[in-house]
Design a protein around this ligand. Structure first.
Ligand SMILES: Nc1ncnc2c1ncn2[C@@H]1O[C@H](COP(=O)(O)OP(=O)(O)OP(=O)(O)O)[C@@H](O)[C@H]1O
Ligand SMILES: [Mg+2]
Length: 263
């Protein structure tokens, strides 16, 4: 596949093998700048594996990934974060004992310039960076999730699930990523809360129109509202790539979901 003008991320014949299992099998996809792509597929089809290989958590067995035209396959997760790729996790990865503010501040780690040595020897530089970080979190939440502002000093373990999800999204957004990867951000939420997350996504899409997003979701209502385009994985292979309507009418997609869930 050629690198297209305006492509944020391109995967070329990307494969990930775990022993005898091809979790991803020659995946070719392209995400454009500013585009929101819904990534769907039955359980175990390779969706999270794709996010894990993009973020350097898993190694590609074959193929490569290009981010804005540069090969990123083989880079370490911290190098990929520094390039502008941020993610949320399918299972909550917040630090329960830290408060909401500190959890979100962790997202700025890849942007911080104060080394551990400077933290010890030049506390003023470190204090300044910390103050700027706190201001940034406060400004982001004032725009995105004002209800979280009053809970910034509460331990993460004490806030409801929707606020943990919002905090996790804020932790990814605070670094102002070029590509944001959301792994089932509405899992476990009720329908009203799910729509609140959909509204949040619409809000930050308008705040950062250049940002590209890959969102994994099982809720097709969410996918239809949020996605510009939908990619469907089944058994590690891309079986459809197109508009929401094209994809749900695709017989191969319907077959993949039969006995799993109805589209
Ligand atoms: N670290 C690993 N070691 C071995 N097998 C793995 C590993 N990670 C994922 N797999 C396997 O790869 C396949 C794809 O898993 P993956 O988590 O990507 O699926 P998914 O599409 O995200 O599913 P779900 O909708 O349930 O979250 C599954 O069969 C899974 O068991
Ligand atoms: Mg998954």
């Amino acid at each position: 596949m050629q690198v297209q003008n305006g492509s944020c991320l391109v995967s070329e014949d990307l494969s990930v093998r775990f022993g005898g299992l091809m979790a991803l099998d020659s995946v070719n996809i392209s995400i454009n700048e500013g585009e929101t792509v819904g990534l769907i597929g039955p359980n175990g089809s390779g969706k999270t594996t794709l996010i894990n290989v993009i973020t350097g958590v898993y190694r590609a067995t074959a193929g490569r990934l290009l981010f804005r035209g540069q090969v990123i396959t083989g880079l370490q997760p911290y190098e990929i974060r520094a390039k502008g790729i941020a993610r949320t996790f399918q299972s909550n990865r917040m630090c329960w004992r830290l408060n909401v503010m500190d959890n979100i501040l962790l997202g700025l780690h890849s942007k911080q310039t104060t080394s551990w040595w400077k933290v010890i020897t030049n506390r003023r530089a470190w204090q300044k960076e910390l103050t700027l970080g706190i201001e940034k979190v406060t400004t982001l939440l004032a725009d995105l999730s004002p209800s979280l502002l009053s809970k910034l000093h509460a331990p993460m373990s004490s806030v409801p699930l929707i606020d943990r999800r919002r905090a996790e999204i804020a932790r990814a957004l605070i670094s102002e990523p070029i590509l944001l990867l959301l792994d089932e951000p509405t899992a476990g939420l009720n329908p009203v809360e799910t729509m609140q997350i959909v509204d949040d996504v619409a809000k930050f899409k308008s705040m950062y129109p250049q940002m590209s997003i890959i969102i994994i979701e099982h809720d097709m209502g969410v996918i239809s509202r949020i996605s510009d385009r939908v990619v469907v994985l089944n058994a590690g292979k891309v079986i459809a790539d197109g508009s929401y309507n094209e994809v749900v009418e695709n017989p191969e997609v319907q077959k993949a979901y039969l006995g799993d869930e109805e589209i």
